[in-house]
Design a binder for this molecule. Structure first.
Ligand SMILES: *Cc1c(COP(=O)(O)O)cnc(C)c1O
Length: 386
C-alpha cells in the first residue's frame, strides 16, 4: 500500500455524516409508530384525550411521581409551573446562565427576574457553594437544570430550598430517565419539567412537554392552566392559556417510552466508548471529556460534551473532515441581547462564560455507527498533530 493510500485509510476524512440521525431510530420502530399514529387518525381525537392520559400515567409510573401533566412544549412546562406557583412580577427565581434560553426565558416571560448563579466547571450544573448567597427576600424559587442529562446535586438544593421556603422547579428537559441517588430527576422538586422536542432523549414528532408533581392540587391547577383555566368547558376559574399535548405526539411518545431504557443504555455505551477511544488515542489530556460521574449521579448523555481551549479551531477542523459537532451553548443567557436590561457584563459568571467558549458536543446517539465514532476520535487526533 502506498503511503498516501495508507494515510487516507487512517485519516478521519470521509463523507459528512449527521450529528443526530433520527431516521436511524425511526427505522427501528417504524411499524409500531405508524400503527399508533394510524389509530389516532381512526379515532379523530387529536387534542388531549385518552392517548395523552395514557402517556401521562405511563410517564408518572415510570418516573415514580404521583402525577404527570402533558403540555405543548418544555418551555411551556417551565412557564406553566411558574404560573402555577404564582410567580411573577417582583419575584426572583435562581438558575444558571449556562443553559438553553428557555430556562432564564421562562422566568422572564412570567414577569419575574432570573437571578443567575455560576456553574461548576466539571458538571456544568449550578455551583452549590454560590447558591445561598444569591437568595434575597424576593427569591421565590430555584430552577436547577440537569444539563446535558447529568442530574444537579439535588440533596443540598432541597436542603437550601427547605431552609428558605423556596419552590423547586426542575428543568429536566435534557434529563428524562436520569437518576440521582436512585431516584429519577424531575421527581425531587415541586415541579419536574420535561421536553419532548425531537432531539431530546424522549423526542416526539414535533413539540411537546410534561410536568411531573406529587401534589394533587398542583396537578389540578396545571390541568386547568393548560386549557384556559377551566375544569368545566366554557367556565373559567383562573386565567390560563392553550398549552395542550396532542394525541398524535402522545401516541408516538408512548411507543418511544418503551424503548427509552435501551436507548439510554446506548448513549451511555457511546460515552464509555468515547472515553476508551480517547484514552487509547492518547487524547485524554488534549481534550476534556465528561468524566464518569460518581455513583450517586446517573448521566443520560443527551449531549456528550467535551471541552478544549482551541474549541473553534477544532470545530472548523472537524467540519472539514466531514465530522459534525455542535456548540451548546455559544452565548450565556445573561449576555443575550434579550437580557441586556438585567445589566450583566462579561465576567459576571466566569465559569459559564469559559464553558461557552470551550464546549463542543460530539455525536453520541445510540444508533451512531462505530465507524462514525471512530472518525470523530481520529479527526480530533489529526487536529492535534496538524
Ligand atoms: C429543550 C430545552 C428546554 C425547552 O424545551 P422545548 O420543548 O424546546 O420548549 C428547556 N430547557 C432546556 C435545558 C432544554 O434543553
Amino acid at each position: 500500500m502506498s503511503s498516501s493510500a495508507k494515510h487516507a485509510e487512517n485519516s478521519a476524512a470521509g463523507a459528512p455524516f449527521d450529528f443526530l440521525d433520527l431516521r436511524a431510530q425511526f427505522a427501528t420502530i417504524r411499524e409500531e409508530v405508524m400503527q399508533a399514529v394510524s389509530q389516532v387518525f381512526e379515532s379523530q381525537y387529536f387534542i388531549l384525550g385518552p392517548e395523552v392520559k395514557f402517556l401521562e400515567d405511563e410517564v408518572a409510573a415510570k418516573l415514580g411521581s404521583k402525577f404527570a401533566v402533558g403540555c405543548a412544549s418544555g418551555t411551556d412546562a417551565l412557564i406553566l409551573s411558574l404560573l402555577c406557583a404564582g410567580i411573577g412580577k417582583d419575584d426572583e427565581v435562581i438558575t444558571t446562565p449556562f443553559s438553553f434560553i428557555a430556562t432564564g426565558g421562562s422566568i422572564a416571560y412570567v414577569g419575574a427576574k432570573p437571578v443567575f448563579v455560576d456553574i461548576d466547571p466539571v458538571t456544568y450544573n449550578i455551583n452549590l457553594a454560590l447558591l445561598e448567597a444569591a437568595i434575597t427576600p424576593r427569591t421565590r424559587a430555584i430552577m436547577p437544570v440537569h444539563l446535558f442529562g447529568l442530574p444537579a446535586d439535588m440533596d443540598p438544593i432541597l436542603a437550601i430550598a427547605r431552609a428558605h421556603n423556596l419552590v423547586i422547579i426542575e428543568d429536566a428537559a435534557q434529563a428524562i430517565g436520569s437518576r440521582y441517588a436512585g431516584r429519577f430527576t424531575g421527581t425531587f422538586g415541586d415541579y419536574g419539567c420535561f421536553s419532548f422536542f425531537p432531539s431530546k432523549n424522549l423526542g416526539g414528532a414535533g413539540d411537546g412537554g410534561m410536568i411531573t408533581t406529587d401534589d394533587p392540587a398542583i396537578a389540578e391547577k396545571l390541568q386547568m392552566l393548560r386549557v384556559h383555566g377551566s375544569k368545566k368547558r366554557y367556565f373559567h376559574e383562573i386565567i390560563g392559556t392553550n398549552s395542550r399535548l396532542h394525541a398524535l405526539q402522545a401516541a408516538v411518545l408512548r411507543v418511544k417510552l418503551r424503548h427509552l431504557d435501551a436507548w439510554q443504555q446506548g448513549r451511555q455505551n457511546r460515552a464509555d466508548r468515547y472515553r476508551r477511544l480517547f484514552e487509547s488515542a492518547g487524547l485524554s489530556s488534549f481534550i476534556t471529556a465528561p468524566a464518569r460521574p460518581p455513583a450517586k449521579f446517573e448521566h443520560v448523555y443527551n449531549q456528550f460534551t467535551i471541552r478544549s481551549t482551541r474549541r473553534d479551531d477544532l470545530k472548523t477542523f472537524l467540519h472539514a473532515a466531514g465530522v459534525p459537532s455542535e456548540i451548546y451553548y455559544p452565548l450565556c443567557i445573561h449576555l443575550q441581547k434579550a437580557f441586556a436590561y438585567l445589566g450583566h457584563a462579561p465576567g459576571d459568571f466566569p465559569e459559564s462564560e469559559k464553558a461557552s467558549r470551550e464546549v463542543l458536543s460530539l455525536p453520541a446517539y445510540p444508533e451512531l455507527p462505530d465507524s462514525h465514532q471512530n472518525r470523530v476520535v481520529q479527526a480530533i487526533a489529526d487536529f492535534r498533530s496538524a
